[in-house]
Design a protein around this ligand. Structure first.
Ligand code: GRG
Length: 278
């Protein structure tokens, strides 16, 4: 993650100055955990590959994650005021600018993937993985099912599907990109599954944090109750939900220990996620 914040801050330097660029930078460079880039770099380290090879994909994934947050916060979606400890993009700018900022981050992200020069021309594989993860069979589908679940009692299978698609797909993408860039295509499904488990664990943990933490600490609105959404905590109770996400993190640790990699750095990232308080 050497100098990642600086790389992100300069990632839009090629764009003409405009209000939409200001809005993109406002949301992209807001204080955030950068978990998905950390995971991508973690896989490269696990294979002993050069970390800087991951820069363009890591930036692209953070752009896409930021776009999803901007759109998720819009009045037509979750209608939130606070994100990453600051006003949401549409509150700071306006709705139309926020919509465009999200669209533009998504477009620029693909520019980053397309123009990366990797060995064995893996750019096509990477682009396909991006579309699979974030398109209408991935993150967007998760968001659609989530929106349709508001004010409706939702069973655990559906909640799991939403979490897997909304969060797991992007975690998986980060790990899979690391695997492809390290030229270890044969291991791709192992990383994909770890990403899905991590997304599920992360989202159940989020449901738990929503109960015990504050908006100030989380840096975002606590909106599940407001939007009348079923969550793992509402369906299982806090203790069972907590047990379940810890179980998923244990499984991830065991999966990683079975891989033929230098597992320490990536284990540390998952431990950090497991112990997070926001
Ligand atoms: C095209 C209209 C349209 C929408 C795009 C909005 C959307 C599709 C998907 C939403 C996906 C979403 C918001 C999932 C939740 C993801 C999540 C776990 C967010 C929080 O991630 P952290 O904690 O946040 O890593 P930071 O701020 O640290 O990066």
């Amino acid at each position: 993650m050497h100098d990642f914040e600086n790389k992100l801050a300069h990632s839009l330097d090629h764009l003409e100055d405009s209000k939409v660029k200001q809005a993109m930078l406002y949301s992209l460079c807001a204080p955030a955990k950068r978990l998905r880039p950390q995971l991508l770099y973690g896989v490269l380290k696990a294979y002993g590959a050069n970390e800087s090879q991951g820069d363009r994909c890591a930036i692209a994934i953070e752009m896409i994650h930021t776009y999803s947050l901007i759109h998720d916060d819009l009045p037509c979606m979750d209608n939130d005021d606070l994100r990453r400890g600051q006003k949401t993009c549409h509150k700071q700018f306006d709705e139309a600018t926020a919509l465009l900022a999200g669209d533009a981050l998504l477009s620029e992200a693909f520019g980053y993937v397309a123009s990366a020069t990797y060995q064995n021309s893996i750019n096509n594989d990477l682009a396909s993985e991006f579309v699979k993860a974030i398109g209408a069979n991935g993150m967007i589908l998760g968001q659609m099912i989530d929106l349709l679940s508001e004010n409706v009692k939702t069973d655990l299978d559906t909640i799991s599907k939403i979490d897997l698609l909304k969060t797991g797909c992007l975690f998986s993408l980060a790990l899979v990109c690391g695997c492809l860039i390290a030229n270890k295509k044969g291991d791709i499904e192992v990383w994909r599954n770890i990403g899905y488990k991590a997304g599920l664990a992360f989202q159940i943990q989020d449901d738990c944090l929503d109960v015990i933490s504050s908006e100030e600490k989380l840096g975002k609105s606590i909106s599940d109750e407001k939007n009348q959404k079923s969550t793992f905590v509402s369906e299982l109770g806090f203790e069972k939900a907590q047990k379940l996400y810890l179980q998923y993190f244990d499984e991830i640790e065991n999966d990683l220990k079975k891989c033929n990699i230098h597992s320490e750095p990536i284990l540390k990232i998952f431990q950090m996620i497991k112990n997070r308080d926001h």
